[in-house]
Design a protein around this ligand. Structure first.
Ligand SMILES: Cc1cc2nc3c(=O)[nH]c(=O)nc-3n(C[C@H](O)[C@H](O)[C@H](O)COP(=O)(O)OP(=O)(O)OC[C@H]3O[C@@H](n4cnc5c(N)ncnc54)[C@H](O)[C@@H]3O)c2cc1C
Length: 335
């Protein structure tokens, strides 16, 4: 093992920060991670992981954290008028409550220093993994867990006129319910009822009725607003959503958080060993991100616009009804 000269600080203990922290600890680096919140905790997320390879998970030393995730193989797309199509998928479902906690446990077991309840500012020597930066934006993300919700497929995607919603199987027979809605003129409702009201406002009455009849875990409700998709203007050494955010419908954001940690690993090690300055390491990480994510971000951005504008939706659904949407090709292009 090379001699390590510099410790590394990470801001943000979500998927990107914790998985980089674990990988660096496995290489003997002295890592301190500051997390603004505590564990375990719910996060706004569809909780459907797809795209990340076993090689990436093994390189980061986090493959065991997904061992108990539920394997998901079938998916369907619907709009207010009914099913648009179905397909095979390769992915898994696991709550962020469980996944982030497993990563935290691994990080601390390896000797990583974790400081919870600590919100820090950017600076040299700090890898920025703080998730979606707060920026004025028109989207509202909402999620909760539900029981007694029968799914037609492991993953159901529903497109409404004001946004979209995914239902994914996760552990213990739970279903994660997560939607992204336009935040102008939100319906007047609170708690889980707000998500259901958004579905009704978007014309998804049947889906709203299904959720009304389900057993909702109100303690798992969380929401997020004020963010923008695509590349982010963060500090130079940013990873995960702090670096770039892919539209949620792709189900690839968590995979990207892991892959982003992988992109940052060698540059961070080079800095820790004294082979590169902080600025050189940050530039190398940024270049690796650009090469790895450029295409999928561009394709996902175009598809997101199609799925969230009236004209785009009309075009997409009419193509889908004629079975003219190449789901598999599109899925590959956003991975
Ligand atoms: C509505 C919606 C649905 C989604 N659905 C899916 C899906 O089904 N599949 C998928 O793969 N992806 C999905 N995603 C994307 C996925 O959730 C993110 O890409 C992923 O969580 C990014 O991980 P991260 O580590 O970069 O950020 P996060 O998981 O957000 O972690 C960032 C952490 O940093 C902490 N923090 C913030 N500021 C500071 C600070 N200054 N100092 C210290 N700590 C700080 C926060 O408390 C947080 O714990 C979805 C996103 C949204 C919005």
């Amino acid at each position: 093992m090379a001699t390590l000269k510099h410790p590394i600080t990470i801001a943000g203990g979500g998927l990107a920060g914790l998985s980089l922290g674990v990988a660096l600890c496995r290489h003997g680096v002295d890592v301190t991670l500051h997390e603004a919140s505590t564990y375990p905790r719910h996060r706004v997320c569809g909780e459907f992981i797809s795209g990340v390879t076993n090689d990436t998970l093994r390189r980061l030393g986090i493959d065991h954290t997904l061992a108990e995730a539920v394997t998901l193989t079938t998916a369907s797309w619907s709009d207010a008028a009914g099913p648009l199509g179905s397909m095979q998928v390769a992915g898994c479902g696991i709550s962020r409550w469980q996944l982030d906690e497993k990563l935290r446990q691994t990080f601390t077991d390896l000797g990583g220093h974790l400081v919870t309840g600590s919100r820090i500012e950017p600076g040299p020597g700090i890898v920025w993994a703080t998730g979606r930066p707060k920026r004025p934006g028109s989207w509202l993300g909402l999620k909760f867990h539900a029981r007694n919700l029968i799914l037609t497929h492991d993953l159901e995607m529903h497109m409404g006129s004001t946004g979209y919603l995914g239902l994914a199987r996760i552990e213990n027979g739970l279903v994660n319910v997560c939607g992204l809605f336009r935040s102008h003129a939100p319906p007047k409702a609170k708690g889980p009822a707000l998500l259901i009201a958004h579905l009704r406002a978007g014309g998804l009455q049947k889906l709203a009725d299904r959720l009304d009849a389900a057993d909702i875990d109100a303690t798992s409700l969380c929401g997020v607003a004020g963010f923008r998709l695509g590349s982010q203007p963060g500090p130079p050494f940013s990873i995960g959503d702090s670096a770039c955010m892919i539209p949620p419908f792709t189900g690839n954001g968590m995979s990207m958080a892991f892959e982003s940690a992988e992109c940052a690993l060698q540059p961070a090690l080079d800095y820790a060993c004294g082979n590169q300055t902080w600025d050189q390491a940050a530039a190398a990480s940024k270049k690796a991100h650009h090469q790895r994510f450029r295409r999928r971000l561009a394709v996902a951005g175009v598809l997101h616009s199609l799925l969230t504008t009236r004209l785009g939706m009309r075009l997409t659904t009419s193509l889908a009804r004629r079975r003219a949407v190449p789901y598999h090709l599109l899925l590959q292009l956003v991975r």
